[in-house]
Design a binder for this molecule. Structure first.
Ligand code: SF4
Ligand code: SF4
Length: 148
C-alpha cells in the first residue's frame, strides 16, 4: 500500500525548496562518516541487528522529503516482506541506499552501544557531530514546514 502524500504546490515555495533540498543532502553527508566510523566498530558484533524490514519503511515525512528530493518511487510496498526479516535495502556490505534516501530513523536512531561509541570519540569530534546532527534535523524540519 502506498501512503498518501500531502501536497502543496504553491510556486512561491519552489526556490527555497530547491536550496533547502540541496542543503539537506549536504547535511546528511556531513554526519555520515562519523556515524559509519562507529557503526563499523559496534555493528559487526551485534546480536540484534536493527536493519529489519520494519525499520526500512518510510513514514509520511520521509515520503514528503523523498518527493521533494525528486525520488518518485518510494519502494514502500510491504506486501512481500515480513516486518522482522532483513531490510529490503540491506546487502552484504551494508545499506544499499545513500543516507539521504533512507528513512530518517536510520540516521536518527542510536542504540546504546552505538551511542557509547560515538560519545567515546574525541570530545571535539563528538561536539561537531552533534552540531551537524542538530543542523540536519533543523533543515529537514524546515523542508517539511515549507512543503506540508
Ligand atoms: S546500530 Fe546498534 S542495533 Fe543496529 S546493528 Fe548496529 S549495533 Fe546493532
Ligand atoms: S534502509 Fe538501510 S539503514 Fe535503514 S534499515 Fe534498511 S538497510 Fe538499515
Amino acid at each position: 500500500m502506498r501512503l498518501k502524500l500531502p501536497v502543496n504546490d504553491n510556486p512561491q515555495h519552489k526556490f527555497h525548496k530547491k536550496e533547502i533540498a540541496a542543503e539537506l543532502k549536504n547535511a546528511f553527508n556531513s554526519v555520515s562518516s562519523f556515524i559509519e566510523k562507529h557503526t563499523s566498530i559496534v555493528c559487526p558484533d551485534c546480536k540484534n541487528v536493527c536493519c529489519i524490514d520494519k525499520h526500512g519503511r518510510y513514514d509520511d515525512s520521509d515520503l514528503v522529503i523523498l518527493r521533494v528530493l525528486g525520488i518518485e518511487k518510494n519502494h514502500n510496498d510491504q506486501s512481500d516482506h515480513e516486518e522482522t526479516s532483513p531490510c529490503r535495502f540491506l546487502r552484504k556490505d551494508g545499506c544499499s541506499r545513500q543516507r539521504w534516501e533512507r528513512p530518517f530513523r536510520c540516521t536518527h536512531f542510536f542504540c546504546n552501544p552505538l551511542l557509547k561509541s560515538l560519545e567515546n570519540d574525541r570530545a571535539k569530534s563528538y561536539r561537531i557531530f552533534i552540531e551537524q546532527l542538530q543542523y540536519l534535523v533543523e533543515i529537514r524540519r524546515k523542508l517539511l514546514d515549507i512543503h506540508l
